[in-house]
Write a protein that binds this ligand. Sequence first.
Ligand SMILES: Cc1ncc(COP(=O)(O)O)c(C=O)c1O
Length: 367
Amino acid sequence: MTTSTIEQGISIDLIDTPCLLVDMNLVEKNLNKLFSRFRESNVRVRPHLKTVKSPEFAKMLLNAGAAGVCVAKVSEAEVMAEAGIEDILITTEMIGRPKLERLTKLIAAHRQVKVVIDSTVGAHAMQEAAKDAGLKLNVLIELNVGQNRAGVEPGESALNLANEISKQPNLSLIGVQGYEGHLQLLTDESERKRLCAEAMEKLMSTVSLLRKNGHKIDVITTGGTGTSEYCVAGGANEVQPGSFVFMDGAYNRAIGNRYENALTLVATVISKPAANRCVIDAGFKSLSTDSGNAELKSHPNITYRPAGDEHGILESTSGPLSLKIGDRVELIPSHIDTTVNLHDYYYCHRDGKIEHIWQLTARGKVQ
Ligand SMILES: Cc1ncc(COP(=O)(O)O)c(C=O)c1O
């Protein structure tokens, strides 16, 4: 069956492979778990859509209680805004004329889109673009709280940047973003908690400094699936987790089974050249490997490794394989964001029956 001929209610066994299979019962369980953690506090949950890359899942998150969403790129923001999602934070610096023109065009139609800045060069370019478009843009300062990726240094450097932003008539500083991405996958939970407290100390002491100098910092946003609770304990009033919706192998290793593996890749055994080895129709083009190889669900004694773009090898570590040609297997991706980006559709099911086929309209949006 091809995607266009699949009907609601058919068995998941009739879908062609390789494909992304999403268990909606488990997604709902993950959403309930995460949102109930933050419901009691005054913290806003602004999930990062770099995981789901789909307006339908974004709307599910908003219905579950999300206050808004994050995206990494302006092209992703365009997809979400087009689908009717208004409150969007773009978490990556917007640099270069083509990007800024695209951004101001988007914001002219969707005023709740906001962006981060980490340099005076970025602030001046943003000011020019906003002035040309006749807009006032809401911006957040991105701080480096230890990941050593983007972000201005906390303390005086951040204050200098805040002072410079406040001189720009078409920019309005509304908050700060820190992101402790280096801590998300730390397997030692007490170490993750301790280092996150240190990162939050950098964030909050800078917030105090900025406020003391007259800057109105309403939004303190940060946090991923592995750290959001600790960020809130440290003073953040908004969290940005993304991976919790589907989970993946890397997060399983780091935080255990706090959330369910709601997404698997289904593949078919297409060849069995040896008793302990078979070949499936899923290689580099179906499963990302930046966080290692995917794992076969429910078969701890069978390993998976890619064997080219379209082939993967399953090998038994304990004698002959019971799998035969034509059998279907489910794999848990090692890194959900980069795996999802390889596919066009989600095949969403409940109890083995297809409920939706949702297109990944924000996949491949790198600009
Ligand atoms: C700025 C930012 N916020 C939040 C997240 C979400 O993190 P996770 O998917 O680990 O929950 C990411 C992920 O890379 C990120 O880059």
